[in-house]
Design a protein around this ligand. Sequence first.
Ligand code: BGC
Length: 768
Amino acid sequence: MSKQSKDYKARAQELVSQMTLEEKALLLSGNGAWTTHPIARLGIPSIFMTDGPHGLRKAQGLNISESVPATCFPTASSLASTWNTELIQQVGAAMARECQANDVQLLLGPGINMKRSPLGGRNFEYFSEDPLLAGQLAASYIQGVQSEGVGTSLKHFAVNNQEFERMVNDSNLDERTLREIYLPAFEIAITQAQPWSVMCAYNKVNGVYASENPLLLEQILRKEWEFEGFVVSDWGAVHDRVKGVLAGLHLEMPGSGDVNRKKIIEAVNAGQLPVSRLDEVVGALLAVVLKASESRRSGARADLEQHHVLARQVAGESIVLLKNEDHLLPVDVGGKKKIALIGAFAKDPRYQGAGSSQVNPTRISNAYDELVALVGGSERIGYASGYDSEGVTTAQLLDEARQQAKDADVAIVFAGLPDSHESEGFDRASLDIPEGHNRLIDAVSQVQPNTVVVLMNGSAITLPWVGRVKAILEAWLTGQAGGGAIADILTGKVNPSAKLAETFPQRLEDTPTATEFPGLNQQAYYGEGVFIGYRYYDKKNITPLFPFGFGLSYTTFAYSDLTLGAQSIKDTDSLTVQLKVKNTGKVAGKEIVQLYIREDRPVVSRPDKELKAFTKVALEPGQEKTVTFTLKRRDFAYYDTTHHRWTVNPGRFDILVGGSSRDLPLRKHVQVETTQVPVPKLTRESMVKEFKNHPKGKAFYPQLKNVIMGSFEEPTPVKRTPREEYARKKAEMSTLVFVNDMPAYKLIAFSEGKFTEQMLNDILAQVQ
Ligand code: BGC
């Protein structure tokens, strides 16, 4: 814990000792929708918190459409496609400066839930299907925001992966899946960046609401990850307030007047809620309230011009070039080429999602105006709207589009998901974009061979016309400066350098949750286990449309010279991995280098490979750089549910490096030796074979086994025919299998009491 947080903690404790029970209960519930209660008597200030995550949404009440103007940055799926931790840190810092300028102390974000299904309604607001990528990007975001003296609230903790019935849904999953897939992004962000707060999710996790879940809030968050801030409920996620306080939920938002305050007071008076626990919870919240309040920069101003420029830069780094046949892009705007811009999104872009994250932008740029500006006039730029705001097209709109496309040298069609298809509060019903958009692309591509498609959507979609157009840009929800960013990419002012942070499947039936998503009847069963995203497509050997980590550039890169610091290591050692990456094309570009690990012979069913490191490298034409990664024990480990800990299984691990999860040209392997072999506890329920593999138990294995196998022992050799001998061996073998898998206590009944309870207890006493 830092010295500064120790000081706030000490001051908070001092204040707690002066507070009445009523004041403590008052502090634990919000003062309306966005602030905490001040307590004037003790000089306790109030703090203001607001959404998040891709821009400031300082609302005046619960009405989300009225908020102060702020820079709308690209949403999380966009940000994640940059794979650029430094840039995301800058975005965080910029948003925080706008918070400071508007006297906001805490920004409600980032959201880092896993994209379990591409249909998840809030996928646009989440980073990735991969926990490492989401966790590292979130850590950078938090560091950026908090560097400007504004807090963050990492959300939604935990296993919040569907919008349908989100306030009551129960996410049912096994321990390993929880630990390996749904928690690590939170763990990375918390341990690396210590957000000032964490927002608990609406849903239940294995039957217990996240807002009153001691495993999540106390055991994991506070004890294992040493989280120092406070937990705030998602807005309206509180069910049993007293259980929440006991589990470690500090702040209820929005405030519930005296409804829950009374319950806290009653519970203390009835002895159901110890004062010591209440004080702990109040103290932790108060420490952040003090820190947040003292980090206020009164009179601060934010440079909104500069933030718009930053928003354009980030959007440019987040646009993924999915296809570029015949090098159709970039479009040469210096020549005489005529360009047809088709689709209403060209003038009226979809640039952010709907729901609590909706920002009131300071301005909006569109691709049409920006291209006109870059080309230097509208004479060579045609336009046809192609569809209405719901994505519906008509014969006339299609005719107009065809005409424009025919008259041009290149047609650029803007398509994607209209607002009504994707929002907080509901999940998408289909992977498809509106039929009107698909028909428009078909119509244009039939008359214009040089067709480019620019997509605006917050999550993976199907592209039925993928083979019929020459170039595709996934622009995501670009934020307010997206028009300029798209123009930069289309014209080559910026070289695309983004890669997919989520897989694009060929069809919904191929996805890990195809049989049921969202979970119905308030129950979601995570039967696919650890296999979501690329982990699933790899395991099932399904070829996705575009794999995780994929994205093209206007240049090309070559990988070489992979070296490992050692050929064999102990799991306590770290392993250095080095490689070279070279820009082999004609323009400057950035490559996202990805490192995956594959365990050769896992003892549990593991993904074929998992992302363990990445970096983004800028390279001039012909330039080569050396990239260095360092791998640690946890990178090789799986979560062992027998011993409830991370374990490295000894053996061979492949290190795979390249530019996409399906293009990993560099490969080497390392032998890892395990130093921390967990010793299981032997009990009467332990199987006989478990004694054989146990350091102390192995001495007793022959005795246990022979309780039954003893009947096969022959003091004097018996003469048998080969057939008799074969039958005997076979019987011996199947009996041994039977005995090995038998819980030890069963030997008592099978031996009709010859092997006694006492004998078993004696053995158990000696093996502990
Ligand atoms: C959302 C949160 C948001 C909060 C406050 C909730 O409905 O789930 O993400 O921060 O509202 O607007």
